[in-house]
Design a protein around this ligand. Sequence first.
Ligand SMILES: Cc1ncc(COP(=O)(O)O)c(C=O)c1O
Length: 376
Amino acid sequence: MIYLDYQATTPLAPEAFEAMVPLLRDHFGNPHSTHRAGRQAAAQVELARDRIGAAMGLPPGQIIFTSGATEALNIAISGMAQGAPPGRRRIVTLATEHAAVRDTVLALEGRGFEPVLLPVRRDGLVDLDIARLAITPDTALVTAMLVNNEIGVIQPVDALCHLARAAGARFLCDAVQGFGRAALPQEADAVAISAHKIHGPKGVGALWLRNGLTLPPLLHGGGQEGGLRSGTLSPALCAGFGVAADLMQRRREADAHHVEELWQKALKLFEGWAVNGSLEQRYRGNVSLRRDGVDGARLLSDCRDIAFSLGSACASGSGRPSHVLQAIGLSDKEARGSVRIGFGRYTSVGELEDAAGAITQAAERQLHVANGAHET
Ligand SMILES: Cc1ncc(COP(=O)(O)O)c(C=O)c1O
């Protein structure tokens, strides 16, 4: 199978796998125990924390391990809302956010908050003039993604962060797809990341919190992670995450170069297809493509040996057109004619060529049948 779904998840780096094995097999101590086995496991967790912190390159802050970015985002959004002064009830986010942010923000409506979903332009980017009007002095939190998971566009998170700060609001960034691929907002209050999007294991993520910021916990229990996230950590998952982050930092240029080469190739191979979202302000390992008259869902089932997707992995099963493609103004027909291919470190040019050949041929067959049916 050719794997072209790097936004859903990335292949585990062999180096991350190797780092995890001894912690699963031999050094199985509970990192919260005080005996030697526990302390050895704890040392690996702290090494991972340091590696992730170095790779993020943000001002001094705490890194809290979680089960993934969904949990990190829930902790940050719920905690910041709960801790907001009574006069600040507005929570501003983008219409194109991942469900982990959008649904968490929308759920706050029932708790007396006023969610505001900012529209995006046809190129997928937020309009800063609209954002400026929406981020009012009664705003508690502004939360925006760095790189969109469905169309790859890079949002102007620094500018949104400045608007939030000027209004006295907090700023949270969902950097799941952007970590290592675009600049993290240095002025943010909190940043959420996930291991499995950077060639680490699934089931672990992190929330970076600016020093001095405290949040109420979502989970109560043993008081781990400074009391913010109770529960026994998995040293193996943390270590795999740490190695993946370290590797990503060291390979940043080589990975970016490889992705650029694949992107240029993809543009040639998919000539005649439109690319959804800004061509300039984007992470180039995420290509959302559209072709008139083609049915994306059928394309997926016609090309079963290629792992690619309609949009986000979460929305793919629902049969509903993606909220992101709707938000950039595509018609239902255009949205249904869109597919996303995502590639990266371990994708070869040959794989991309083979996959593009199969996908474009399947699309031609669909168009041929449709035209034939039209003529008879
Ligand atoms: C932009 C974005 N935010 C959040 C998440 C959730 O991350 P996790 O799978 O670690 O819970 C994803 C995963 O698809 C994502 O792409």
